[in-house]
Design a protein around this ligand. Structure first.
Ligand code: BG6
Length: 580
């Protein structure tokens, strides 16, 4: 389908015909009207879905609004609807999502497919618009064509032509570079048009899917054009910042200052996509909804924790970024320290974003690097090797990597959490590229029973009890414990009990970006680290980076589980890495 883009200079002046026609082809339940003119029956203001026509759509198993008794004022009062009920699908208010850097990889692989999946699940309001902004000379409808391909290739849910057709009516493109005032004026104009013609109510989220070096320029433009200003727009204005949030504590503070100057702190959403993963959120359910685990979740019972993020891929085409970054800054500062924080945190007083962030922050402040950095903070770099039957090049042979680079592609660090609960328990975190397979897990390893009333030979095959939270790819949880081997002798051996998301639930897990984009549009910041968390994480990483500066990483062959020094690190303490 082809329709006029809102691209510069076409965006100026009159609303595009696409903008005019869009409401008519949107959700029929909404009568093709923007929410500003929503019919009676719109949920009461103050409810999480207030003024969203789509919010009136019944969730599977709920009663359609048409069958509910109307209140004296003519509004359908839903006696079964409790705003605090988190099981009901949450639908954002009409709004625009502006993506800067929309032609990039993230947008192609994650953002556009996630937006399609949300639309396909009826989780976007009819008055929802995607506005792509990039330096690309795309003409009418070209962005939409490209986006269609991306959505089709990356969608998690089934492809439904009608769902795409509805969404595509609301896809616009503004061409321009970040230093181009005129292009930003056009963008501001396009948002105004959408406000008037499309009923987005002045609501817009700006997604900075761009290199951090360009943040200041884009933020200044958003400030100059008043696009960041919710008072002028009459709706909410939010900004979404992709990692990396700086490259050390100083630069992250600077970045936070910059963003907070233009947007209010509550409107800044820092994406760590690991927090959008279902299994990561399950950590909170597992720990705080059950009675079973809490009594043993401490230094009295836990011997150690191993957090592993292994990837079989190399650095791909990201040489420029990766060589300046390395594993610790790329994934430990954010994903792994967040996993550690969720594993170690105290119970939050509520499930509000503030309460959860407060508890995570305490852990990050209490996280300490090892005294013996030489032996307990190991860096590695892959050499050529074999993976899945294919010969793969070493890091130094990758395109655009300097032959003398000392950037790490693997890191294993022994961290401590200095609190009463965790004193003395090592948290071993490791992450690496070109490891044998892609797997992320958190393994809590328990101490051995203080006394075993068996003959030594009976328990030779008994290891440590383990609780393993499998973040990906086989989402779920495994519990390992000793069990009697059938027979006349008393022989105890490790067995595993598995919970698999794929088997326990019929619904497949949403992609992390689906959840996070939806939360941004709804304004729920629970799954987004705040500035303090980001800075506290950098404090940990900076100390390591300082030590590593000028040292060379250990080598490991692609397809192996990291350098020998990482195995020796655990062996010195009588431990071994779990083989995920
Ligand atoms: C990103 C890192 O944050 O996470 C990448 O920059 C890494 O280097 C990616 O490959 C892994 O994400 P996932 O969801 O595939 O584990």
């Amino acid at each position: 389908m082809t329709k006029p883009a809102t691209g510069a200079p076409k965006a100026s002046g009159k609303p595009s015909s696409g903008a005019k026609s869009a409401p008519d082809t949107s959700d029929p339940d909404a009568g093709g009207k923007p929410a500003a003119a929503a019919p009676a029956g719109t949920p009461a203001a103050g409810s999480p879905t207030a003024s969203s026509p789509a919010a009136d759509k019944p969730a599977a198993g709920t009663i359609p609004p048409s069958q509910l008794t109307a209140s004296p004022g003519g509004r359908a009062a839903n006696p079964l609807r409790d705003p605090a009920d988190r099981r009901l699908p949450r639908v954002p208010e009409p709004c625009a999502l502006v993506i800067f850097g929309v032609t990039g990889d993230l947008s192609r692989k994650k953002l556009i497919p996630a937006i399609y999946d949300l639309a396909n699940r009826d989780l976007l309001p009819p008055g929802f618009v995607v506005l792509g902004f990039a330096r690309r000379d795309w003409g009418d409808g070209e962005f939409e064509e490209v986006a269609r391909e991306w959505a089709k290739n990356g969608a998690r849910t089934q492809w439904r032509e009608d769902a795409w057709e509805r969404l595509s009516e609301n896809i616009r493109f503004v061409a321009g570079s970040f230093d181009d005032d005129e292009a930003f004026d056009h963008l501001a104009g396009a948002l105004k048009e959408l406000h008037d013609e499309h009923g987005i109510l002045g609501n817009a989220a700006f997604y900075l899917s761009i290199p951090p070096a360009l943040f200041p320029m884009v933020l200044n433009q958003l400030e100059r054009t008043k696009m960041a200003d919710s008072t002028t727009s009459g709706g909410w204005r939010r900004v979404v910042v992709e990692k990396p949030f700086g490259h050390d504590v100083e630069s992250s503070k600077e970045l936070n200052r910059l963003v907070d100057n233009v947007f209010t702190a509550d409107d800044v959403f820092r994406i760590d996509h690991y927090l959008g993963k279902e299994t990561v959120q399950n950590l909170l359910a597992l720990r705080f909804a059950n009675q079973l685990f809490e009594p043993v979740w401490n230094a009295h019972y836990v011997d150690s924790v191993q957090i592993t993020m292994a990837e079989d891929v190399g650095i791909g085409t990201r040489a420029g970024f990766y060589d300046k970054t390395g594993t610790a800054r790329d994934v430990i500062q954010n994903h792994l320290l967040q996993l550690l924080a969720l594993t170690a945190m105290e119970e939050p007083v509520s499930f509000s974003s503030e309460a959860i962030r407060t508890e995570k922050l305490k852990v990050l402040h209490a996280t300490k690097i090892p005294d013996d950095l030489e032996h307990d903070a190991i860096r590695g770099q892959y050499e050529q090797g074999w993976l899945a039957g294919q010969r793969v090049p070493g890091y130094l042979q990758e395109k655009d990597i300097p032959p003398d680079s000392t950037t790490e592609t693997y890191a294993a660090i022994k961290l401590g959490v200095q609190t009463r609960r965790w004193a003395g328990v090592p948290f071993y975190v490791r992450a690496g590229k070109r490891l044998p397979r892609r797997v992320t897990e958190i393994a809590v390893l328990f101490k051995r029973a203080p006394h075993l009333p068996f003959a030594d030979t009976d328990t030779e095959a008994l290891g440590q009890n383990q609780l393993v939270i499998k973040v990906q790819p086989d989402e779920g949880m495994t519990m390992k414990f000793g069990s009697k081997v059938p027979g006349s002798a008393m022989e105890v051996r490790d067995v595993a009990m598995d919970f698999l998301y794929g088997e326990a639930f019929t619904e497949s897990s949403p992609e992390a970006y689906e959840r996070l984009i939806l939360d941004v549009l709804i304004g729920d910041a629970t799954l987004f680290p705040n500035a303090d968390e980001v800075e506290a994480s950098w404090v940990v990483i900076d100390a390591l980076e300082d030590y590593w500066e000028g040292t060379a990483p250990h080598k490991y062959r692609a397809g192996e589980w990291g350098p020998k020094a990482a195995d020796e690190m655990l062996a010195r303490e009588g431990r071994t890495w779990r083989r995920p």
